[in-house]
Design a protein around this ligand. Sequence first.
Ligand code: GLU
Length: 429
Amino acid sequence: MTLVEHDESVRAGAEWATSLYHIAAEQFERTADVLALDPDTRARLLEPRRTLTVNFPVRMDDGSVRSFTGYRVQHTLHMGPTKGGMRYAPAVSMGECAALAMWMTWKCALLELPYGGAKGGVRCSPKEMSVDEVERMTRRYAAELIPIIGPERDIPAPDMATGEREMAWFMDTYSQQVGYAVPEIVTGKPPVLGGTEARRPATGLGVVYVIEGALERLGWPVREQRFAVQGFGNVGRIAARELYDIGARVVALADASGGVSDPGGLDVPALEAWVDEHGGIEGFGGGEPLGRSDVLEVECDVLIPAALEQQITADNADRLRCRLVVEAANGPTTPEAEALLAARGIRVLPDVLANAGGVCVSYFEWVQDIQRYSWDHIELQERLRRQLRAALAKVWDTAERLDVSWRTAALSVAVTRVAEAARLRGVYP
Ligand code: GLU
């Protein structure tokens, strides 16, 4: 094959070109400018270190064979094994995984976990597949990743549309290949397979721990704040329920089916029961019905996007009516939107801090598996709270010292740590 010199497709970085990667790259570049990071380290951290693309066949229930494309992207190998979730969605791409892997690096560094970042996934529509088809796809994807994963190399975890069930299949597939049980190959497993009860609610609880810490520092009593949450999955639901339990007012909630609002505060447990029975929020009578994305524009104090990427954009940033945005999802705010929000005095607690509770408890799970020992989950929750509070303190102090946003502060702490590790390890050979 000849290389075409001016072909667009060979432009540097073209592999990753997606809007999500541009967001991650722009956030990193801004931080690198603030830190006056040297050009070599900047170039090394801007693009992922290692990427695997796999096309693999899966036998469908009707006997046909369908080909699926999957990815695994490892952003940096400086810090130890890589860590990050695997997602099933129609829009999974290498660029999207590259952005999410970079964010995992910053999350882990901010929390001082001994990992670099990774992310992977399979491009598919899981809702249109049977459980058996999802199982066969998961097992084959796990087998395809064997050349680059391992408890000391890269440890997957749940992400969008994957959970304990998929982690169990993944762990079993890997274990079948090596001939003995290897629970430490993934985190977010069912507790009986070496997982921990504390992992399930960890991301959502972490969001609330970070909110409590931040509001304490801002002098805003939690019980007096009104919260709106977009997303009612493993993150949004747990966060909303925890906020309700500590006496805060959750005034609006939405999922993919629809939303509901009540300025006086929603009955979150009743809504949970409704969703368990009906599969979604739509139709719940305990408040005013709300469009799926209208939840972002409801009047509240704290807005928690806990669903998809790129929800707060230049198109709707001017219509937000909150005082604070807490990013429970990865990458929900575009840089343009963030600038518009900053001009209006609305601050953003960034994803790499707000949703880092998941990977933090994943780390505890991995350590337990390696040691064949387990702590009780109350102890793990206490450790999680301490670790997130310590990260929040660093972000807060750095933002004040450098006079930058909380996002740039969080990334500054993380990038400084990774750059130091890269410098000390040097360049091989
Ligand atoms: N997928 C989650 C995240 O985005 C968790 C990753 C993990 O536990 O390794 O942070």
